[in-house]
Design a protein around this ligand. Structure first.
Ligand code: NAI
Ligand code: K
Length: 353
């Protein structure tokens, strides 16, 4: 609990303040067992410091698991800047934040998250070396949604193989909820694989993009209509909490695999999905292509190398689904076990000499 910080298992939590610029940030380092902690900076108007702390503790832990399963030599961390980015964000504030990141001497690498952008990383980089997700002009990896979508497609192939026997979406009907940066790329991969795509987005511009570029894609009114549609695979690519007590009973798909973070509205949903015979490919496993893309930048960005790493999400997802069957647990539990095993086994090596 928050009353007893040692109970959360984090290595380090750093509170940062710069009164001049209004900066209030919290950097959470869950684990450096596999290497420096990597995770983005969320700039968000939290209602309270307690809410900001709860979020950073949760997100940094999630990054440790995601990075471990992505096969990266990186631990898990995350940062939050508490405030309204529209009002507060400035060069001095970002640079003040960058100095705090630098002060951790490489125990934490930052990147983009909700409320922060590539251009912000370029500003932060004027104060610290420990920042990734920078602009292409600065040697950065650019838009991480490219490999996020590629990785989701790979995870979806593994799930399709597990359920239907062949690692392809050929002939399947796939419902894509959210045609943003990731959803657009994913739609293209699915069409290339000869899937039928049914999609939805609240933004009329996104719907217009589909009509203009992929007229064969069927558009439905909203996510509820997509859930109830006759689809084989459901791919949540909009916001978190897509799978809840209302959507799961209505879901007709046999597989859920998508980019959105935190797709399960609460822990009980896992069992609800399993009881309905729906295979859920854990979000943090299949959406790791983005972090793989920005992590590659630390070595000097090479797109082909990063793409190859993201392609391995197919193997990891397959391994997790098999482990889940063998151990009789939901895929998300199997994923956690695999991540914990790697952190323990490889992390141990890093402490013996
Ligand atoms: P985005 O903001 O570009 O796209 C989201 C799209 O969803 C927008 O077009 C929006 O209009 C639509 N949308 C929002 N609410 C909706 C609703 N209720 N019904 C239907 N459509 C709705 O975001 P992006 O980058 O494509 O990310 C999508 C998801 O994947 C997010 O949850 C994000 O956290 C997650 N993710 C993204 C990564 C990346 O590299 N971009 C990496 C890992 C996860
Ligand atoms: K830990």
């Amino acid at each position: 609990s928050l009353d007893d910080p040692s109970s959360t298992g984090h290595e380090q939590v750093v509170f940062c303040q710069d009164t001049q610029t209004g900066l209030r940030a919290i950097i959470g380092i869950y684990s450096t067992a596999l290497g420096p902690a990597l995770g983005g900076t969320r700039f968000y108007p939290y209602p309270s410091e307690e809410a900001a702390l709860a979020d950073v503790l949760d997100l940094s832990r999630g990054m440790a698991y995601k990075n471990a399963l992505a096969g990266l030599d990186l631990g898990g961390g995350k940062a939050v800047i508490w405030g309204d980015p529209d009002q507060l964000k400035s060069e001095p504030l970002l640079r003040a934040y960058g100095r705090f990141v630098e002060s951790l001497n490489g125990r934490y690498y930052t990147a983009c998250d909700v409320g922060t952008y590539v251009a912000d990383m370029d500003v932060i980089a004027r104060e610290t070396r420990f920042v990734t997700g920078r602009s292409v002009e600065h040697g950065g990896a650019g838009d991480s949604s490219v490999l996020t979508a590629w990785g989701v497609f790979q995870g979806m192939r593994a799930a399709a193989e597990h359920v239907w026997g062949a690692p392809t979406l050929n002939g399947r009907r796939v419902g894509v909820a959210g045609l943003g940066k990731v959803g657009k790329h994913l739609t293209r991969h699915l069409l290339d694989d000869h899937a039928e795509v049914v999609a939805t987005d609240v933004d009329p511009r996104a719907r217009e993009w589909v009509r203009a570029n992929h007229p064969q894609v069927e558009l439905v009114d909203d996510a509820a209509a997509l859930v109830a549609a006759d689809i084989d695979v459901y791919a949540p690519c909009a916001l978190g909490g897509a799978l809840d007590d209302d959507t799961v009973p209505a879901l007709r798909a046999k597989v859920v695999a998508g980019a959105a973070n935190n797709q399960l509205a609460h822990p009980g949903i896992e069992k609800l999905l399993a009881d309905r015979g729906v295979l859920y490919a854990p979000d943090y496993v299949v959406n790791a292509g983005g972090v793989i893309q920005v992590a590659d930048e630390i070595e000097g960005f090479n797109f082909d190398r990063a793409r190859l790493r993201a392609t391995r999400i197919y193997d990891t997802t397959r391994q997790i689904l098999r482990l889940a069957d063998d151990e009789g647990v939901p895929p998300a539990v199997a994923a956690d076990r695999l991540a914990e095993r790697r952190m323990a086994d490889v992390g141990r090596l890093r402490t013996i000499h």
